[in-house]
Design a protein around this ligand. Structure first.
Ligand SMILES: [Zn+2]
Length: 386
């Protein structure tokens, strides 16, 4: 598994900006060559171009030239000649073990002329990874807006052994609760909603003004809002990933959510980046603990009875779930989380194997949810009855 960290670094602009410009030109020349020769073979490119480019760009270190060549040909390979990968004068530069060294917190980078030395400030949250994982490469980027160089460091470690024992946790996500689990935990978002409402209100007011200072405030605010949500998503995903006795997490698959007709507010929320961020965070945090995240089709998870399988839109009224067929009552989001969990278990175990089903019947404590056939029969009986 991999982790990356982005750190602002002060690099000599008079040396790095020309370097980035030259590397972009070298990149584009390789792309042109690849298109003209219909190949992305690295050694052929080296034979045809290397000597000439060394003469044309004598200040560029040879190892860096080769990294740029590799990047260009890999980009062509990835697009399969369909789209032209192009680099701009301030595009990112890749560094590998030929062009970068990292000892403790001291870093050296290949550049025009002598290597550049910098001492890194590692953020607190990344220190453990930084000290114990293996460094595998870096990219240097430049932000024209803030006139700042950024270093993106990548670290690697072998995957931990997979947790085989443990239960499946169904997670329902929504507008009113960020996450509700099949173990009846609520990760409520009333605080988030209040904050988001405040941001929305302020944003509207500032947008109406339209002055230069209001635009500056808007930019600041958007950064603050992003950091606020990121922090919440980190906290929630960490709590979920640390839950004991759980080895798999079942979530609704986002594409199936988008295809559903729900209200406008809900769709907007589900398409938002914060919603997606939570599942990304959960994915990498659970991976580090040997756990996995699986996805299921989310259709009707909120309308279906998790006890008898009866499915109708009137089963759910706001946050209350009340089955019209068997009378089962539960919080609507918990019922949905059960459905998500059960759907995942059924989809990941063979129909004739007993494991998944016994898990199903144990966990809810319902004797009659024993096998798929029973469940389907119950569902069709309910439909006939209603
Ligand atoms: Zn029911």
């Amino acid at each position: 598994m991999k982790r990356t960290v982005s750190i602002p670094v002060n690099l000599p602009r008079e040396r790095f900006l020309p370097l980035m410009g030259f590397c972009a030109e070298i990149f584009n020349q390789h792309v042109d060559w690849a298109l003209a020769n219909k190949t992305y073979n690295k050694s052929r490119a080296h034979k045809d171009l290397y000597a000439r480019l060394r003469l044309e760009y004598p200040t560029i270190p040879s190892a860096l030239l080769q990294t740029v060549r590799d990047m260009a040909l890999e980009a062509v390979k990835a697009t399969k000649f369909k789209r032209l990968p192009r680099k701009k004068p301030t595009s990112a530069l890749r560094y590998d073990d030929r062009t970068i060294t990292l000892r403790g917190r001291a870093l050296t980078l290949s550049c025009i002329g002598k290597r550049v030395k910098v001492v890194l400030h590692i953020p607190e949250y990344f220190k453990e990874v930084y000290e114990t994982w293996e460094f595998s490469g870096a990219t240097v980027t430049y932000s024209k807006h803030s006139k700042q160089f950024w270093l993106r460091l990548v670290f690697e470690k072998n995957d931990p052994p997979k947790e085989e024992k443990g239960d499946v946790l169904g997670i329902d996500r929504g507008l009113y609760h960020l996450a509700v689990t099949s173990e009846k935990q609520f990760f409520s978002s009333s605080k988030i909603r209040a904050t988001q409402r405040r941001y929305l209100h302020n944003r509207k007011k500032l947008q109406q003004k339209g002055t230069r200072s209001s635009k500056r405030h808007l930019r600041k605010m958007s950064g603050r809002e992003k950091r606020f949500m990121k922090d919440i998503n980190h906290c929630v995903s960490k709590k979920l990933a640390n839950l004991p006795g759980i080895s798999k997490y079942a979530l609704e698959d986002l594409t199936s959510i988008r295809n559903q007709r729900r209200n406008k507010k809900m769709n907007k929320w589900m398409a938002s980046w914060t919603f997606y961020q939570l599942e990304q965070f959960l994915a990498y945090k659970s991976e580090a603990r040997g756990k996995t995240v699986g996805y299921v089709d989310s259709r009707y998870t909120s309308q279906r009875c998790s006890r008898c399988g009866h499915q109708t839109s009137t089963n759910r009224k706001k946050s209350r779930f009340n089955c019209k067929s068997c009378g089962y009552r539960e919080h609507a989001d918990i019922n949905a989380a059960y459905n998500i969990r059960d759907r995942y278990i059924l989809s990941s175990t063979p129909v004739d194997g007993g494991a998944g089903h016994s898990q199903l019947s144990n966990r809810n404590g319902y004797a009659h949810l024993v096998c798929v056939d029973n469940q389907l029969q119950a569902a069709s009986a309910c439909r006939r009855g209603s």
